[in-house]
Ligand binder design. Structure first.
Ligand SMILES: C[S@@+](CC[C@H](N)C(=O)[O-])C[C@H]1O[C@@H](n2cnc3c(N)ncnc32)[C@H](O)[C@@H]1O
Length: 355
């Protein structure tokens, strides 16, 4: 029974490490709470255009389904991040049912429009961020339960947004995807995460949720559900994402010249494992099997480039890589690759200040 201070210390550590089990956190709401939550959502839905009127936003049915799903599990105690805000119509519904909303968009003008639409709300934080190119460490300190992914719908962008949400946001237990029906890239990214068991129990929401085709005015027939809400699974999303593929990297000789001129654009193409380069034509790449599965190391050959066989080692977020010659005992880095959009972003940011 000695050393009570030690027991006290152990208790403190246990309390600090305790995280409520997901099912305890997402407790079922009482009928009263549910009714007031849904009523708040309806007020905001009534202020928003339906999808036929404004394709960019979600449909009334989608907003209603999202409200029904999260109101049922105590959303007023939860926080949500919305990636891709546009004019803030979905943001308004989220703010009416969640305790806190982080509203993220690449365009500060859209955030201003969203602020205007949500002027009476005090539970929204607006953040200008390029979810693809910017560093998600700025979001890491927040407690986020739900991520609504509705920014750029290209496959590699959705894949990266989902991957980042699962990596950087805690405890994030739910991912919501808009435009699942309209965008093949969204379906592909979700399918991969489900396959890897990083997501599971995906529920259709919005138009077409009963699996029948739906008509969008001014667009045509759509054969898949408008959106899905998925729960985080036990599988690793790391296995699901291969976010270095089919992406442009700029390649810089090392040491770089003083003007930091890139020598080539290169891309590790998924199809037939081709390594494409603008300067030296096509080669091949293959992935090395490492004991540490999180690390990414490739072997690559590029016959047009002198000393054409290379070891390629990526950094953790797959935004950059180092290339050294195969068999170089000292592994002298001869090339440095950097994701092209990271470089472009510097120009975009500087350009903004000319007006
Ligand atoms: C489909 S709209 C969002 C609609 C909104 N969620 C709604 O339901 O009304 C997509 C938004 O994503 C933003 N976006 C596109 N690419 C982005 C990026 N890389 N990072 C952050 N936002 C982005 C666009 O500026 C646009 O406002």
């Amino acid at each position: 029974m000695g050393m009570p201070w030690l027991r006290f210390l152990l208790l403190l550590v246990a309390v600090a490490q305790w995280r409520p089990h997901a099912d305890a956190l997402y407790a079922r709401s009482s009928e009263e709470e549910m009714a007031s939550c849904l009523a708040a959502a309806e007020t905001e839905i009534a202020r928003s255009p339906d999808k036929d009127e404004l394709h960019v936003t979600t449909s009334w049915l989608y907003k209603r389904d999202v409200a029904r799903y999260f109101c049922a599990i105590g959303s007023r105690q939860l926080s949500v991040i919305e990636l891709g805000v546009y004019q803030g119509h979905t943001t308004a519904v989220l703010a009416s049912i969640f305790g806190q909303v982080i509203a993220v968009d690449i365009e500060s003008e859209y955030l201003r429009a969203s602020l205007e639409h949500n002027r009476d709300r005090r539970n929204i934080v607006f953040l200008t961020l390029d979810t693809y190119a910017d560093d998600w460490n700025v979001l890491r300190a927040n407690n986020v339960n739900v991520a609504v992914i509705d920014a750029d719908h290209k496959y590699e962008k959705v894949r990266t947004d989902a991957h980042h949400a699962l990596s950087y946001l805690a405890p994030v237990d739910y991912l919501v995807f808009d435009d699942f029906g309209m965008e093949v890239g969204v379906r592909k990214a979700v399918g991969e995460l489900v396959e890897a068991k990083a997501l599971h129990d995906c529920q259709p929401v919005g138009r077409g949720k009963d699996e029948s085709p739906w008509w969008l005015k001014g667009y045509g027939w759509i054969n898949h559900t408008e959106g899905v809400i998925c729960r985080r699974g036990a599988g690793s999303h790391e296995a699901a994402v291969a976010d270095y593929l089919d992406i442009a990297f700029l390649l810089y000789a090392q040491p770089s010249d003083s003007l930091m001129r890139a020598s080539s654009v290169v891309s590790f193409q998924a199809e037939e494992q081709v390594l494409w380069s603008s300067a030296w034509g096509r080669g091949a790449w293959w992935r090395n099997v490492l004991e540490e599965p999180r690390k990414l190391q490739l072997s690559a050959s590029l016959p047009g480039l002198p000393n054409g066989s290379w070891d390629v080692i990526f950094n953790r977020p797959r935004t950059a890589f180092l290339m050294s010659q195969v068999g170089d005992a000292e592994a002298k880095v001869e090339w440095f690759g950097l994701r092209a959009d990271k470089v472009n972003q510097v120009f975009i940011t500087a350009n903004e200040f000319f007006e």
